[in-house]
Ligand binder design. Structure first.
Ligand SMILES: Cc1ncc(COP(=O)(O)O)c(C=O)c1O
Length: 390
């Protein structure tokens, strides 16, 4: 087989999650805290839009960069959300957000991608050379590490334990002349932590000083429970924004997302578009039509429901386990009792609760991830079982 497989396949490893799924296959009606997707279905109105698009014949390739109208809509949205707040409240951050740059938010560069995963692959392909360093706060979303490794890049993990706030100083210390990218993911998978506005401004200042590109994965930006989530793009031009439709509208199987950036990063978006031409070709066309309606769809009821689930889980576990109250997404990252999180996870699975060991998302094996994107009754059931195992 060695002759057949490319060497890069040995650089990635899927064993962590595979083990959980193998154990899970033996369970009947488990409490499933493992799945990173909403438990609600795509809103009927958006399904109707997708069906209508298929019936009306939007079944062929779209432009590589995405449907023109959808791109315009995304561009308007980004301009409104990022461009209008660009540089606001920045006394002391004089190197950032120069006035002449503000106008360039009038026309952000946009590419519609096949999910944020598609956007991540294109972004890494467009920026990371073998040997380049990519700074990643640990714990992290799994894709970053594996794709960077596949491309021969070097992941530089920066520990954010135990509070999981943005480790600004450690990131500053980790920057070298080989640093190509800093990854930000807020709200964060797996911790659920939302980075404070001050820490994001401080990182923007450092990235600007060192002139490093920041990739900001904002897939959970709508799931913010205790105030707003700040985008670093509001303070720093060299920030590549990746956002998606999978999580807020429960369309994980529709494979839609977008990359957007300030005009000064247009060459990066153009290179990503060029690579899309030879890989994904385009994001799924009928769903791009439905995505236009999604942009107008109010998800506040879903967000309120998930805030309540967050509270249910946090209140249920906080006196027995060490955990930081999640401010967004639908995850909690909980310290496992004992020395090995993997052992605790195996015990939980034997007791019908599916959780994921922290070493899938981290260089450490001390915590486990709970996804509380499930029914309230399953959350209560799972909390009771975990409390018993503690
Ligand atoms: C942080 C983060 N980024 C990106 C993705 C990929 O999402 P998708 O490709 O479905 O848009 C996920 C999915 O779980 C995620 O948690």
């Amino acid at each position: 087989m060695d002759k057949i497989l490319a060497d890069r396949t040995a650089k990635i490893d899927a064993s962590g999650i595979r083990k959980v799924f193998a154990l899970a296959a033996q369970l009947k009606d488990p409490v499933d805290f493992s799945i990173g997707q909403p438990d609600f279905d795509v809103p009927e109105q958006l399904k109707d839009e997708a069906i209508k698009a298929i019936r009306e014949g939007f079944n062929k390739y779209s432009q590589t960069a995405g449907d023109v109208i959808l791109r315009e809509r995304i561009s308007e949205l980004v301009k409104k959300e990022i461009g209008s707040s660009y540089g606001s409240g920045l006394p002391g951050y004089g190197t950032l957000c120069r006035d002449e740059r503000r106008d360039e938010w009038e026309n952000p560069a946009v590419l519609v991608t096949s999910g944020v995963s598609g956007g991540l692959l294109l972004a890494f392909l467009a920026t990371v050379n073998p040997g380049d360093e990519v700074i990643i706060p640990d714990p992290y979303f799994v894709i970053y590490k594996h794709v960077v490794n596949l491309l021969g890049g070097k992941c530089v993990f920066v520990d954010s334990y135990p509070k999981f706030s943005l480790p600004v100083e450690k990131i500053a210390e980790a920057i070298t002349n080989k640093t190509k990218l800093i990854i930000l993911n807020s709200p964060c998978n797996p911790t659920g932590v939302v980075y404070s506005e001050d820490s994001i401004k401080a990182l923007a200042e450092i990235a600007a000083e060192k002139d490093v590109l920041v990739l900001t994965d904002e897939i959970y930006e709508k799931f913010c429970y205790d105030g707003k989530c700040t985008s670093i793009a509001s303070y720093y031009d060299k920030a590549l924004i990746l956002r998606g439709f999978s999580k807020p509208y429960a369309m994980t199987g529709w494979r839609l997302g977008y990359a957007a950036a300030h005009q000064s990063l247009k060459p990066v978006i153009e290179e990503m578009t060029k690579i899309q031409q030879y890989t994904f070709v385009c994001a799924p066309t009928p769903f791009q039509k439905a995505a236009m309606a999604a942009l107008d769809y109010d998800v506040s009821d879903f967000v309120s429901a998930y805030r309540r689930k967050r509270d249910l889980l946090y209140e249920g576990l906080k006196d027995k386990f060490e955990l930081i109250k999640p401010g967004g997404a639908f995850y909690a990252f909980v310290k496992a009792p004992g020395k090995s999180a993997t052992e605790f996870v195996e015990k939980a699975i034997k007791n019908n609760v599916l959780i994921i060991p922290g070493n899938v998302f981290s260089e450490k094996d001390t915590h486990f991830r709970i996804s509380y994107a499930t029914s309230d009754s399953k959350i209560q059931q799972g909390v009771e079982i975990l409390r018993r195992l503690c």
